[in-house]
Design a protein around this ligand. Sequence first.
Ligand code: ADE
Ligand code: ZN
Length: 336
Amino acid sequence: SPFHAFLKALPKCEHHIHLEGALTPSLLFSLAKRNSISLPTDDPSFASPEALIERYQRFTSLDDFLQYYYIGFSVLLHSSDFEALAWDYFQHASDGGVHHAEVFFDPQAHTSRGVSYTTVLSGFQAACSRAERELGITTELITCYLRHLPVSDALAMFDHAEVQESYRNGSIRGIGMDSSELDFPPELFQELFDKAREQGLRLTTHAGEEGPADYIATALNNLGVERIDHGIHLADDEELMKQVVARGTLLTICPMSNVVLRCVKEVKYVPIRKFLNAGVKFSINSDDPAYFGGYILDNYCAVHDAFDLSIAEWESIARASIEGSWCGDERKQEML
Ligand code: ADE
Ligand code: ZN
């Protein structure tokens, strides 16, 4: 449709994409073969890429998805694997009109398997350089900490010499927090976020995806994050919504993810209209595109189909995605 072309051409930024979530079943199977990794034999979903794709359409919750997500990590061993993964994502992002991407990865889930942080980072960095060179996409990398693991594990990762070096030399712009939400409220990780803030890192966290609005409040007030990843449950708390508007906090919303993980029944139940009316800023993102059936442009189109937004509304959403980015002002000006 003509609107699809308009949405594609809008200069946009993506802020909520887990690079490991860009592992397509086809890349998963080819890396498993190349690296001689055996996939689970007790789950028929791993019989073929087609069976896996079919299983991905039947996730019942965030945790149900996460078990597949973490099994997928097992095929990623070499720097070249991480490069191939991220490059696959950047090509799709470019096709969708992404000019700047701020991408998450989960260091703890690789080092715990014996894959070094430097192996992961160097592969991702190679893809970022190529994306800038060949696609004109600028990038920022964000290390996410896993909330289902002990706080001590996160702190050890944060203090690890290779990780510290990447923070000091600017390879990594900030930290986030992800994985299973309900049993792990943000304030558990106070010390981690205090240390990151003292070091001048940018801060964000997943909150209010499956968890309540209270988790968004503690993420903002205790951890001091400047963005909230997902944040759809903000819509349940009018008072907090006013505070978020006053602070100018950006939510990084992932509509197709919310449907596939059953946080909402359909895209039309993502509180997009409520946030627009209240003046809550948000960007629209893909989260784990290989698992949730679409990249950023698919998410833009799904929102358009559900809400029939005006051209002016779309321009303001894309502008918020640029203004809420963690790149320099000069780069923002180029995109605006
Ligand atoms: N890790 C990857 N995707 C995630 C999501 N949507 N929520 C929490 N953790 C994640
Ligand atoms: Zn996410």
